[in-house]
Design a protein around this ligand. Structure first.
Ligand SMILES: Cc1cc2nc3c(=O)[nH]c(=O)nc-3n(C[C@H](O)[C@H](O)[C@H](O)COP(=O)(O)OP(=O)(O)OC[C@H]3O[C@@H](n4cnc5c(N)ncnc54)[C@H](O)[C@@H]3O)c2cc1C
Length: 434
């Protein structure tokens, strides 16, 4: 469930394309400066591709893979854009004999500088995941402004080819596509394709709230395990948030989302939602879902939602499936009685782990329950720390990365700084102990 190879190949091809024309321009030129210009071009290509991913167009998942993975590529492209812009600024890109320094060229130079420092600031805010999401989201919208400045810089700066040459046309097309994608993502919410729904019922499910929605027009078509973005414009909750569709698709087109009050927005939802209110749904997204053959599904807390849908979609002959559901207390667990009733029909085995009385779930527990891991698919949804612990504890016992799939409920991810820090502290501790 990683990035699709086709997406990676397409991105690599976009980066490599200028190399078709650069050798033809290189004769008699300062090669260091030409390399610096190529770095600048890769920064633009990275920014434009990143803007396209941010549109969440249906084709994005088709080319790059599930949206959470596509967003990882989006983040790394942003980091590359920053690194390449920095190097482009550091390695002198000036060449002799390219023409006169006009006011427009000066403005292009200034635009490039502003864009570099703006990007630096925004990328640092992006990877500093301790900065609250809504602050990050607010600042992140300016990243497109810096892309516009970069495109302006590129178009009007002196360079060893013209905007009408094949390389100029290619880079012009890259800028145009990136700018169109940015305009689309910044357009008012109503301009984005979303489907109208109405809240049919609100049901407490342990600590969470199950929101059942009925379509107002044509319903959304989804597979069990997918998610969608929801907003409630009528209630003043206009920012779309992602939630898993926690019920298997049915004929009526009704959808259900089970929402845990974990932050500002989700806590606000609990008191504001009312039956009959309008909702806008954008999606579906994601490639998480049941596979063929024997499966162990491991859910922790609200991570039960994709499995609640997948359990409802199981057909005779699927699996066999064991669902291990780790809950703090049975009374606070979402969809427990529904799952117990479904498991009683024999479609899957349900094992509930109540951590308040039985202690935290470990990889050893999962290994004991699973028995032979070779040939078994393990699917996980829950906190990242438990995902890492399970993978560490299971990978040496016959589980391959291909057969370990997970959904993390996290779109904004860091660059592993916390893990690096933990590793360095551990190493320092080990050296001291010696
Ligand atoms: C694929 C996916 C499926 C999910 N399914 C469920 C589910 O079934 N049930 C459930 O309770 N939760 C689910 N979540 C998590 C849910 O989206 C967040 O808990 C919710 O958006 C938090 O918003 P908040 O403002 O209340 O919390 P905050 O404390 O402000 O945010 C907590 C974290 O949620 C993420 N987040 C916040 N706002 C957004 C947004 N607009 N878009 C994307 N991410 C955001 C950020 O990573 C942030 O760090 C899912 C998330 C993803 C990515």
């Amino acid at each position: 469930m990683g990035l699709k190879p086709i997406g990676l190949v397409a991105t690599a091809a976009l980066f490599a394309a200028p190399l078709i024309w650069l050798p033809g321009i290189a004769a008699g030129r300062d090669l260091g400066a030409l390399f610096s210009q190529y770095l600048g071009m890769t920064a633009l290509i990275a920014m434009a591709t990143s803007q396209v991913i941010a549109t969440r167009w249906p084709g994005v998942e088709g080319v790059f893979g599930a949206l959470d993975q596509s967003y990882r590529l989006h983040k790394w492209l942003g980091l590359w854009a920053l690194a390449a812009s920095f190097l482009h600024d550091t390695i002198d890109a000036d060449m002799r004999g390219l023409g006169a320094e006009t006011a427009l060229v000066d403005a292009a130079e200034t635009a490039g500088e502003i864009s570099l420092y703006g990007l630096l600031l925004l990328v640092v805010i992006t990877v500093a995941t301790f900065i609250p999401y809504h602050l990050w989201k607010w600042t992140h919208r300016f990243i497109g402004v810096f892309f516009v400045l970069s495109a302006f810089h590129y178009l009007f700066i002196l360079k060893p080819f013209s905007n009408g040459d094949p390389l100029g046309l290619y880079m012009g097309a890259v800028c145009l596509i990136g700018l169109m994608a940015y305009a689309y993502t910044s357009a008012p919410r109503g301009c984005r394709p979303s489907k109208p729904y109405r809240i049919r019922s609100l049901t407490p499910e342990g600590d969470a709230l199950a929101v059942t929605l009925e379509p107002v027009g044509k319903p959304l078509r989804h597979r069990a395990g997918q998610f969608a973005f929801i907003s409630f414009p009528e209630l003043g909750l206009t920012e779309p948030h992602p939630f898993t569709l926690s019920q298997a698709p049915d004929e009526s087109g009704a959808l259900r989302m089970t929402i845990a009050p974990l932050g500002d927005y989700t806590i606000r939802l609990m008191s504001r939602l009312e039956e009959g209110a309008e909702a806008r749904i954008e999606g579906p997204f994601g490639h998480f879902g049941a596979v063929k053959g024997p499966q162990l599904w491991v859910a922790a807390g609200i991570g039960i939602t994709p499995f609640a849908a997948m359990a409802g979609a199981l057909q005779a002959g699927d699996g066999p499936v064991t669902l291990l559901y780790s809950v703090r207390k049975r009374a606070t667990a979402a969809h427990l009685s529904e799952l117990e009733a479904k498991a009683a029909s024999g479609k899957f085995r349900l094992v509930v782990r109540e951590t308040a009385t039985e202690g935290r779930l470990t990889a050893d527990d999962v290994r004991k329950l699973a028995g032979d891991l070779s040939g078994l698919h393990v699917m996980y949804c829950g906190p990242a720390a438990l995902r890492d612990a399970l993978w560490e504890g299971l990978k040496g016992h016959g589980l391959s990365a291909r057969r370990f799939r997970y959904e993390l409920f996290e779109i904004r991810t860091g660059i592993g700084l916390k893990r690096l820090l933990a590793y360095l502290t551990e190493r320092r501790g080990a050296v001291k102990a010696r």
